[in-house]
Design a protein around this ligand. Structure first.
Ligand code: NDP
Length: 292
């Protein structure tokens, strides 16, 4: 059986990388992009450029969207709704979980099947063995398209709720975005001491890379968080909270933005004020959870 035709709408770096990977696997690929010139490279590689979203949708049973957000889906597919019935739309664009659930209802109201997804690698890694994609939506909708989607990245299926894939995507971006901001915050702090970014980054990267082994070597974090028990004397709330105070002081003294360290400090202040000072640092989860 020859590889199925696939439509890709949205040709930013991610959409273009998906098209290349699908073409390499032998899929006939139809594309559409608001800015048509962004299709030049994939057309040179063998993709067909449709001249309207409706024609792009009509070309394939499987329609992959790689757009900035779900508003872009509405903007693009509004003129193509008559072609949607019976097709499968896989939206790999970023959105809030509730936004993806509303998107699922909108697509279903036009008679199409819908899967949501979050791609967990940057464009140069799309289609490589390290690429993976969180997907949610009906399992029977995913089954016939799983092999094709694996050309983007291996599929990690999370369940029927269309919001789950973006919940997982945003949770991972939670770590990614705050880590990148904290990395640059640390660079800016060191600059005030005369240490240039190129000298600062290797030191800071060591800490970033050291977090997973540190967590693996310590207590069973998952079990602690599930049990609501936070024993431990190696990294107490009191010790970590004192350091959080010092980081705020250092940032303020250096004259750099201190909002990020203040947000961290607030977690420890909460835990200390409730008498959790001798517990493990992981107690600060209760400063974040909604039910405390
Ligand atoms: P870009 O922002 O580069 O591309 C977005 C695409 O959306 C473009 O094709 C753009 O069209 C289109 N678009 C945006 N708004 C509209 C609109 N209102 N109407 C029509 N088309 C619209 O994004 P990326 O390729 O970088 O990313 C795509 C998705 O993948 C995003 O949701 C992103 O969060 C996610 N992602 C990105 C990663 C990355 O490293 N870049 C990694 C993992 C996931 P036009 O060309 O005309 O502007």
């Amino acid at each position: 059986q020859s590889p199925a035709a696939i439509t890709v709408v949205g040709l930013g770096p991610m959409g273009q990388a998906m098209v290349h990977s699908l073409l390499a696997a032998g899929h006939p690929v139809t594309v559409w992009n608001r800015t048509a010139s962004r299709a030049d490279e994939v057309v040179a590689a063998g993709a067909q450029l449709a001249d309207s979203p409706a024609k792009a949708v009509a070309a394939s049973d499987l329609v992959i969207l790689s757009l900035t957000d779900y508003q872009a889906m509405y903007d693009v597919l509004d003129s193509a709704t008559s072609e949607l019935s019976g097709r499968t739309v896989v939206n790999l664009s970023s959105e809030s979980p509730d936004g993806t659930r509303r998107g699922a209802e909108w697509v279903a109201s036009h008679g199409a099947h819908f899967l949501t997804g979050g791609v967990m690698v940057p464009a140069p890694m799309v289609g490589t063995p390290d690429a993976y994609v969180y997907v949610s939506g009906p399992a029977d909708v995913l089954a016939p398209h799983q092999d094709a989607l694996a050309r983007v990245g291996s599929v990690r299926y999370l369940g029927e709720d269309p919001g789950l894939a973006q919940l997982m995507y945003q949770a991972n971006l939670d770590i990614f975005l705050t880590s990148l901001s904290s990395l640059l915050h640390a660079v800016a702090l060191l600059e005030t001491g005369g240490i240039k970014p190129s000298a600062a980054l290797p030191e800071l990267m060591q800490t970033l890379a050291g977090i997973p082994p540190m967590l693996a070597a310590g207590e069973d974090l998952g079990a602690q968080l599930e049990a609501g028990q936070h024993p431990g004397h190696l990294s107490t709330v009191t010790m970590m909270g004192a350091t959080a105070d010092h980081l705020v002081e250092a940032s303020e003294a250096a004259g750099i933005d201190a909002d990020l360290p203040r947000a961290v400090q607030a977690h420890y202040s909460w835990a200390r004020s409730r008498g959790y000072g001798a517990e493990n640092w992981s107690r600060i989860i209760d400063a974040i959870r909604p039910y405390v």
